[in-house]
Design a binder for this molecule. Structure first.
Ligand code: URA
Length: 248
């Protein structure tokens, strides 16, 4: 439920007048709420009420916020969970705006997750037409052969549909596992895990380190911060005020 606040405060927050001036306007019968003139100072309203001053509707400016979080394992990346598990919103405290995650990371996947209240930005990042490239570091079981790596790069069939070509690099060989850097442009369900599984190398650990040109940097697991305007534009695919060809 949206918070209700006193009418004079609401008018002030909309930038229509100072609170004192708003009180005068209310007393003078210049303010209408949902079509009715209000002269009572005690009334409370929220963004879903129609407030008019001198017959002109006023609205609270919606502040767009963009947050980057280093998601730890053990959190769902939805705003609520029917099973009562912790959600990424439990990690982002003190943000007034109604934010939600852009795309998903699995419960056990860690790393970069963006949260915003900008629906247009979220749409641009996740829409299949212009999906932003996402970079993952995956520790997989065993040592993938050259042909397994080739298959990952070319595309593997998941649910009767091949994945788009991916960039795949073997970055480390460990005792019983290997570390791969995988860049994909799609956002199919559990895509990286299912791709690796399909070539016989199940994922042991998965972390997203970048979305487009935005890197996780040194944010620690569970930490978050507001993105700079420049970072927002990097993800949105705008450089020096102009859209880039690839959207990155
Ligand atoms: N691919 C996966 O398998 N899991 C994620 O969380 C993200 C991409």
């Amino acid at each position: 439920m949206e918070e209700k606040i006193r009418l004079q405060k609401y008018i002030a927050q909309c930038g229509a007048a100072s609170r004192r001036r708003a009180e005068e306007m209310i007393k003078a019968g210049r303010v209408r709420v949902n079509g009715k003139t209000v002269t009572d100072m005690g009334i409370t309203v929220s963004g879903s009420d129609r407030v008019e001053v001198d017959g002109k509707p006023i609205k609270k400016e919606k502040k767009l916020v963009y947050i980057m979080l280093n998601k730890p394992a053990g959190y769902v990346s939805t705003v609520s969970d029917p099973q009562g598990r912790k959600t990424v919103l439990d990690l982002v405290k003190g943000v007034e705006e109604r934010i939600y995650p852009v795309g998903r990371l699995d419960y056990d996947t860690t790393g970069l997750l963006i949260l915003t209240n900008d629906g247009d930005f979220a749409y641009r990042c996740t829409h299949p037409g212009h999906e932003t490239r996402k970079t993952y570091i995956a520790e997989v079981k065993g040592l993938p052969s050259k042909s397994a790596l080739r298959r990952l790069r070319k595309g593997v069939v998941l649910d009767d549909m091949p994945t788009h070509p991916a960039e795949v690099e073997l970055v480390e060989i460990r005792e019983n596992s290997a570390v791969l850097k995988i860049i994909i442009h799609e956002g199919r369900k559990r895509q990286v895990r299912r791709m690796c599984e399909a070539v016989g190398h199940p994922v042991l650990d998965l972390k997203r380190i970048a979305i487009g040109k935005l890197s996780l940097g040194n944010l620690q697991p569970g930490e978050w911060r507001y993105m700079t305007q420049q970072e927002v534009e990097l993800v949105r695919g705008i450089k020096n005020g102009k859209p880039t060809e690839t959207g990155e």
